[in-house]
Design a protein around this ligand. Structure first.
Ligand code: ATP
Ligand code: MG
Ligand code: MG
Length: 550
């Protein structure tokens, strides 16, 4: 299937398919913990898991919330996660699951482990457990409770569930090997007491399963064949396997791949939450954030994110992906799809002195040179227009091909103008530029064929509408803020948001939140969720200059 990516995980699945493993089934899952918003790193996992789920005959991908840790989880996150996965373009169909729905089953499994002498209730404190665990060079020490009779552990475990004990008084531990070179196998904790309310099960439980245990057995319960996770779980795989093996339940296979790292941002929910909670950004969907909701609000397309994930590919080597690649994918997509409009960010008034005082006309402008089917629109023109301040220089260098005294330039789609005069205020600031136009050059070409190199954008002063534009820079000045010696919060660019009131062509008044445009020569812009009827607010999604160089 040439249209699908190839990578080492799909090679493994292909081999499994060829060998008839797992009865020929392929079932993956995407298992976020609902304790934050999804970021672009999660998109890699979503594209992989749901991509595999779509690729193979009869395959599927489960959407599962790994909601086994009550304290930081919330329904708000559940809802945002579902919306983000949908927005990326994936569909879990009937297959929406919550690990918390397995609490009873997971509890039964734990009793079975106790009965089989594979687990015991321990009264060591968290600190003692850490101390007893030993180090990489030094074996661990067995807990005095390790050989507690199964009957006694069972009784204590039931009383843990019944709420007889305070947080931390007891834990349930797997009985594996305190001398294992893998620290994860030195009798890991399986259950802890936590008198906390869960967003789905309320106060039903005061003991909660630990991640490795719950994750392995949730995969097994759902008949997951290939459990794809990031490399940091490689050392946990023996425990993942142990849980299923000790209970004799359905065996899933865990395969690890490298996480996505992106320059100029941080991809860790903990750090992102800190940015939000400490007010460094306006929220999870602040357009400078790497969350999917922020990228959506800023104007990123799901197609561009999927494209980037595919180009990065799936491998086992940890790398840093350039933000420029994501932007490149975005520009490619928007160049094909975004209608063109004209807006002027920093307006300078141009008066066309030989144009009739009350005159006006419209010019036909192409909506998208990449796509003829998007047609044309009429742009009003009059005696006064706004151009970009940067497009005028009073004393320009020779190779400045825009407007300057005595020089001629093309107003895109409209006509050729020549600067005759500069008007300044008492401080010497240029407030207005006077030009004449060539009435024979309507549409932008002179009948005598003379060459005019510069073409600039403009809006008619009489018709322009004010639009708020939010210009963004990277939130972090350094390319690897999480890996820096400086605290990442000290690397925040406090000037990464600039708001300007621009002038836009009148068609922009009807923009609705989420509408994307290319503002000619300026970049790609998306109407923000703060947009009101007739009062558009635009985010600059990205500039036009592509810095991707591979
Ligand atoms: P974080 O470390 O940012 O808090 P997490 O891994 O704890 O993220 P989960 O909600 O547990 O967040 O993640 C759900 C899935 O997404 C997991 O399978 C995880 O491996 C995967 N994932 C998280 N971050 C990345 C990333 N940067 N690249 C690829 N996959 C990721
Ligand atoms: Mg996690
Ligand atoms: Mg993590």
């Amino acid at each position: 299937a040439g249209e699908f990516p190839t990578d080492f995980i799909r090679s493994i699945i292909n081999e499994d398919q060829a060998a008839g493993a797992y009865d020929g089934r392929v079932v993956t899952r995407f298992p976020p913990e609902p304790n934050g918003y999804l970021h672009i790193g999660h998109a890699k996992s979503i594209c992989l898991n749901f991509g595999v789920g779509e690729q193979y005959q009869g395959a599927r991908c489960h959407m599962r919330f790994d909601d086994t840790n009550p304290t930081r989880e919330d329904i708000e996150y559940v809802e945002s996660i579902l919306a983000d996965v949908k927005w990326l373009g994936f569909d879990w169909g009937e297959n929406l699951f919550y690990a918390s729905d397995y609490f009873e089953q997971l509890y039964e499994y734990a009793e079975q482990l106790i009965r089989d002498s594979n687990a015991y209730v321990d009264s060591l404190t968290a600190d003692e457990i850490r101390e007893f665990r030993g180090t990489l060079t030094e074996p661990g020490k067995e807990s005095p409770d390790r050989n507690r009779p199964a009957e006694e552990s069972l009784d204590l475990f039931r009383r843990m569930r019944a709420g007889e004990f305070a947080d931390g008084e007891y834990v349930l531990r797997a009985k594996i090997d305190m001398a294992s070179p893998n620290l994860n196998l030195r009798d890991p904790v399986l259950y802890r007491i936590r008198h906390a309310e869960h967003h789905r099960t309320g106060k039903d439980w005061c003991i909660y399963p630990m991640y490795d245990y719950a994750h392995s057995l949730s995969d097994s319960i759902e008949g997951i064949t290939h459990s794809l996770c990031t490399l940091e779980f490689e050392d946990h795989r023996p425990l993942y396997d142990w849980c299923q093996e000790a209970l004799g339940v359905y065996r899933s296979r865990q395969i690890e791949f490298a996480r996505l790292n992106l320059t100029h941002t941080v991809l860790s929910k903990r750090r992102l939450r800190q940015l939000v909670e400490e007010g460094h950004v306006a929220g999870w969907d602040d357009p400078r954030m790497p969350t999917l909701s922020a990228l959506r609000r800023r104007g990123y397309t799901p197609e561009s994110i999927r494209d980037m994930c595919e180009r990065v590919g799936v491998a086992r080597r940890n790398t840093m992906t350039e933000l420029a690649l994501l932007e490149h994918c975005l520009r490619e997509d928007l160049n094909r799809r975004a209608p063109r409009r004209m807006a002027v960010l920093r307006p300078l008034k141009v008066v066309i002195t030989n144009y009739p005082e009350a005159g006006s006309e419209t010019f036909e402008a192409i909506n998208n040179p990449e796509d003829e089917t998007m047609g044309t629109r009429c742009v009003p023109f009059g005696r006064e227009v706004y151009i970009e301040r940067d497009d005028f220089m009073e004393d320009p260098p020779r190779r400045f091909y825009r407007l300057a005294p005595g020089r001629e330039v093309r107003l895109r789609y409209a006509c050729l103008i020549t600067c005759t005069d500069v008007v300044k205020d008492e401080l010497g600031e240029i407030v207005e530029v006077h030009c004449t136009y060539d009435p024979e050059s309507r549409g932008g070409t002179a009948p005598d064929g003379r060459r005019v190199r510069g073409t600039i954008h403009w809006v008619s002063a009489a018709d322009a509408i004010p639009i708020e534009i939010r210009l963004y820079d990277n939130l972090f000045t350094e390319s690897d803020p999480a890996g820096s010696e400086t605290d990442f919060l000290d690397l925040i660019d406090r000037d990464s948001l600039e708001k300007v009131i621009a002038k836009g062509e009148p068609a922009l008044a009807k923009a609705q939140a989420g509408d994307r445009f290319q503002f000619e020569r300026l970049g790609y812009f998306c109407a923000d969720t703060d947009t009101q009827p007739e009062a558009p607010v635009f985010n600059r999604t990205t500039t036009l200059r592509d810095t991707w160089a591979r």
